[in-house]
Design a protein around this ligand. Structure first.
Ligand code: RB5
Length: 206
């Protein structure tokens, strides 16, 4: 279990921020540790933990949607899902085709709500427009993510069912790590269930 917040290096190692800002009375993170150099000299110590995202083990079916600004990144994510053996349906447009991001979001999110796919991965230029649109659909909890901490915690705490990515914000390596975290992290439930239920109640007030 990796302490949060966590960043992932391109080599598959996770860097724990606890080493940067240690909390009081907390047991120091296990070795190995390393000194991360800073560009202006010096550095800080951080713990390095090997994580194994490996092959994502899930029977989940994913629906993918994208507008024209997300088509290239979508291709990379589709390739990744095929490599790790996750079933998907591509509802998005191809490179060179156009669609407005609210329409792209709706196509996939309706399928999630109908139970035809389990989760959505949505891509536009920033990840923001498509997440705003997705969150208008009853039953969708969408999060625009460009860091691994958010991708992990939106599953742990918000039970997010739509991951939104910006094709002009994240590169394919990071995007695929965010996808892995989104697909493999379980909702924690407990006090977070009560808060998710409050979101559902908010929807019902509309
Ligand atoms: C399309 O050009 C762009 O506005 C859209 O993909 C998205 O970034 C909106 O939030």
């Amino acid at each position: 279990m990796i302490s949060a917040p966590t960043w992932f290096g391109s080599d598959g190692f996770a860097i724990s921020a606890e080493a940067i800002s240690p909390r009081r009375n907390r047991t120091p993170p296990p070795s190995p540790s390393a000194t991360v150099p800073l560009p202006f000299g010096g550095g800080f110590n951080c713990s390095i933990q090997k994580i194994n995202l490996g092959k994502v083990k899930t029977t989940m079916k994913v629906g993918i949607g994208n507008d024209h600004a997300g088509a290239e990144l979508k291709m990379e994510i589709v390739k990744h899902l095929e490599e790790i053996g996750v079933e998907y349906i591509d509802y998005g447009v191809a490179v060179g085709e156009k669609i407005d991001y609210p329409d792209a979001a709706e196509r996939v999110c309706r399928e999630v709500v109908a139970g035809n796919v389990d989760r959505a991965i949505l891509i536009c230029g920033t990840g923001i427009g498509i997440s705003i649109a997705a969150n208008k659909i009853k039953g969708i909890r969408a999060c625009a993510c460009s860091d691994s901490f958010s991708a992990k915690y939106t599953r742990l705490h918000n039970d997010a069912n739509a991951l939104c990515l910006g094709g002009r914000v994240v590169g394919p390596g990071l995007a695929n790590e965010l996808v892995d975290l989104f697909l493999t992290t379980e909702f924690e439930g407990g006090r977070h269930q009560r808060r998710v239920d409050l979101i559902t109640k908010l929807e019902e007030k509309n």
